[in-house]
Design a protein around this ligand. Structure first.
Ligand SMILES: Nc1ncnc2c1ncn2[C@@H]1O[C@H](COP(=O)(O)OP(=O)(O)OP(=O)(O)O)[C@@H](O)[C@H]1O
Ligand SMILES: [Mg+2]
Length: 213
């Protein structure tokens, strides 16, 4: 099973929105999808699934032993699990446990100085989790830039800064449209036609050795 962990240091960076769209995009491509809600706070993935009757299940798992619990819950029923996490800074144990199991990590962030600076702490958490992984090898990891546009100077500048710092940055980027800002709580339609469809494909194509974490 592919396990994609959507994570970042702080809240409000579009973790839950990204998880919902990624789940829907994988579902539309015919994969058996399990959403995992490791946060459960506020506008959670689980509440979104229930309110909108999204066509893939979500299991609540806001615990610090996801690496032990999820395989038993998922069994061999799913092709891909996407885990929505709480902010690393507040719930480090929960996020580290998810990272121990991850095949892929997606870091949603805006191209801003404050979010770029937080990557130093994100890398520390990724490294700590990698030390706890059975193979000691980091999961395939990539940043997805959001709340920006392709031509925006910050998108161009911070993409380059991230890459110079050793991160892989997905080509797909997410704008600020109502499709996303109004998404929570409603059905998600044609996610595969959004940048999240491209992101889903890019994530699956990532070579682990190209990635630093
Ligand atoms: N593309 C977008 N551009 C701007 N704002 C957005 C976009 N997508 C979602 N939002 C809004 O940003 C806010 C945060 O999104 P979201 O809940 O996905 O973040 P989060 O990282 O899961 O936050 P938390 O840590 O609080 O769970 C929400 O109010 C959401 O409606
Ligand atoms: Mg959230």
């Amino acid at each position: 099973m592919i396990v994609i962990v959507v994570a970042n240091l702080k809240g409000g960076v579009l973790k839950t929105t990204s998880t919902g769209f990624l789940c829907q995009a994988f579902h539309e491509s015919g994969l058996r999808v399990l959403g995992v809600d490791a946060d459960g706070e506020n506008k959670s993935l689980q509440a979104w699934q229930a309110d909108a009757d999204l066509p893939w299940p979500v299991v609540g798992m806001a615990v610090s032993n996801i690496h032990k619990t999820l395989p038993g819950v998922a069994g061999d029923l799913y092709d891909v699990a996407v885990i929505d996490t709480p902010p690393m800074q507040a719930q480090r144990g929960t996020v580290v446990s998810a990272l121990r199991l991850a095949t892929h990590v997606m870091i949603p962030m805006a191209p801003t100085p404050i979010e770029f600076d937080r990557l130093i702490e994100v890398r520390k958490v990724l490294n700590d989790a990698t030390d706890l992984r059975p193979d000691g090898i980091p999961p395939a990891t990539a940043i997805m830039l959001n709340r920006t546009t392709r031509k925006a100077t910050p998108q161009i500048v911070y993409r380059q800064l991230c890459e110079e710092a050793g991160w892989t940055v997905l080509d797909a980027i997410v704008g600020t449209g109502q499709l996303y800002t109004q998404a929570w709580g409603s059905p998600i339609r044609r996610a595969s036609k959004t940048p999240f469809g491209d992101a889903a494909n890019e994530l699956l194509d990532l070579e682990p050795e190209k990635v630093t974490a």
